[in-house]
Write a protein that binds this ligand. Structure first.
Ligand code: GSH
Length: 481
């Protein structure tokens, strides 16, 4: 039962819905609604009947763009929509990779990449470039893709340049700076030089032009400008930008377009590129030379990858065949491998949980526990990217697998998060265990004392993945086992 007042509110809501309805099988759909109260109630009754048979009703919905709002690939689609005058609704509710790689989502989008665009009929479009083109073509009178085939091809060529020459290599540089990929100066420099040489060509082209193709903004400008915003806000600093003034002017023109202001709000170009994590000094094997005849046949080197083949994460460095001084530490009754099994198989907290097992068995002399914090949290953006970064760090710790257990997470939300957690290591000194990862110095380490209540709470939170630091809650995590 509804009170009259509730009826009235419902009628107002329904009247709003009415405007969005198409009820092709019902002549009544064409009737305008009366503003009078009695008619509203009647209308409500009729609409209620209709609503109980949803097959009769089609609600017009804007295509749904799923992705992270500030992401460059999402931005190019949003920019195309804004300029083409196409309404999109946004779903940026995914915060972690695990959430969006569900079987249900993968069924609609087999590679599991974002963004996607879901159309009214359930079709799911993937690839930001293709989505942007689709959106651009939808727009009434959109000139984002010229109708002349030659100009159309020119626009398409710029889309390819933006992706292959600017966006992808630029993202790789970001990955090296953040520690996702091992930083190697000559590789970093070579990629950056390649980008610079492309940009000097573009700078020349833009001496006499405002936009890349024709006299009006097209998809070419959107793609190149979004790729450059990504570059200029992360690693392509003021010194480098000074050499390409026309490109900078071009980017500023695009991002200050009145219809794009929202999309590029708070864009700040970096003054100085961040300092990358330094690689660890190479460990020279000190082992005795194997006797020639007894030496086992060296395993065949893996087939060399093509130079342009992309790696999601860097290859795990091979375990050096040197005796690790950690093996010379006095024997310990605490079995780290057994802990890893207990942790994997039992609930962490509570009676019979893995923490209970841990407290019974832990050897404070043979092992120690450390808090780990990423030093450059202000650079973190999307939670899943930070989580990837932790995964990459753990991959690079492979050579210390025997001496280390880790539970590190991303706490907080997009653009306001930290990476923090705890590791259990062999011995009392963190450096020999952790310095096998070239980016180990991007993190700070503090020994935890389990007799201190705060330290114990932190340790348990990191193990149980319910750690909260400064109000930031655990969003995603990785274990090193
Ligand atoms: N070429 C694709 C790339 C999409 C892509 O890599 N998206 C990232 C988010 S920005 C992603 O889904 N990463 C998850 C993964 O690598 O599994 C596009 O432009 O849409």
């Amino acid at each position: 039962m509804y009170s009259l007042r509730e009826y009235f509110t419902l009628c107002k809501k329904l009247r709003h819905m009415w405007n969005q309805l198409e009820a092709p099988h019902h002549a009544i759909a064409a009737q305008p609604l009366s503003p009078t109260y009695t008619l509203d109630i009647l209308t409500f009754a009729i609409l209620s009947l209709l609503l109980h048979n949803p097959k009769n009703i089609i609600i017009k919905m804007a295509p749904v763009l799923t992705g992270f709002v500030g992401n460059s690939r999402v931005r190019r689609v949003r920019a195309a929509a804004a300029l083409a005058g196409v309404e999109l609704s946004y779903d940026d509710s995914f915060s972690m990779k695990s959430e969006w790689k569900t079987a249900e989502f993968l069924e609609k989008n087999p590679f599991g990449f974002l963004p996607t665009l879901e159309l009214e009929d359930g079709t799911v479009l993937r690839e930001s470039g293709a989505i942007a083109e689709y959106v651009a073509e939808l727009g009434p009178n959109s000139t984002l893709i010229p109708s002349d085939p030659k100009q159309k091809a020119e626009v398409h060529a710029w889309q390819c340049t933006a992706d292959q020459e600017l966006f992808i290599p630029g993202s790789f540089l970001n990955g090296m700076l953040s520690g996702k990929y091992p930083y190697t100066k000559p590789v970093f420099q070579a990629i950056q030089d390649k980008i610079t040489s492309r940009l000097s060509v573009i700078d020349n082209i833009l001496v006499k032009k405002t936009f890349l193709v024709g006299e009006r903004i097209t998809l070419a400008d959107i793609f190149v400008a979004t790729a450059l915003v990504n570059l200029f806000t992360s690693n392509y600093d003021a010194l480098l930008r000074a050499k390409i003034p026309n490109v900078v002017r071009f980017v500023e023109t695009v991002i200050n377009h009145p219809k794009l202001l929202d999309i590029f709000a708070n864009t700040e170009f970096v003054e100085k590129a961040p300092t990358p994590a330094q690689p660890a000094k190479e460990q020279k094997p000190k082992a005795d030379k194997p006797k020639a005849e007894a030496a086992p046949k060296a395993p065949k080197a893996p087939k060399k990858k093509e130079a342009d083949e992309e790696e999601e994460e860097p290859l795990v460095p091979a375990e050096p065949k040197v005796k690790n001084p950690l093996d010379d530490l006095p024997k310990s009754a605490f079995n780290l491998e057994e802990w890893k099994r207990q942790y994997s198989n039992l609930d962490t907290r509570g009676a019979g949980g893995s923490l209970e097992w841990f407290y019974e068995k832990f050897d404070h002399e043979g092992f120690s526990i450390w808090r780990v914090d990423f030093k450059y949290n202000e650079e973190l953006t999307q939670v899943f990217m930070s989580s990837n970064q932790v995964g990459g760090f753990f991959n690079r710790l492979e050579a210390s697998r025997k001496y280390l257990f880790g539970s590190v997470g991303v706490l907080g939300k997009a653009n306001d998060s930290i990476i923090s957690g705890a590791v259990i290591i062999r011995g009392q000194d963190i450096e020999p265990v952790i310095n096998v990862a070239p980016d180990w110095e991007s993190y700070s380490y503090k020994k935890l004392d389990l007799s201190n209540e705060d330290d114990k709470k932190f340790f348990e939170g990191a193990m149980a993945w319910d750690l909260v630091v400064d109000g930031k809650e655990w969003a995603d995590g990785k274990n090193f086992k």
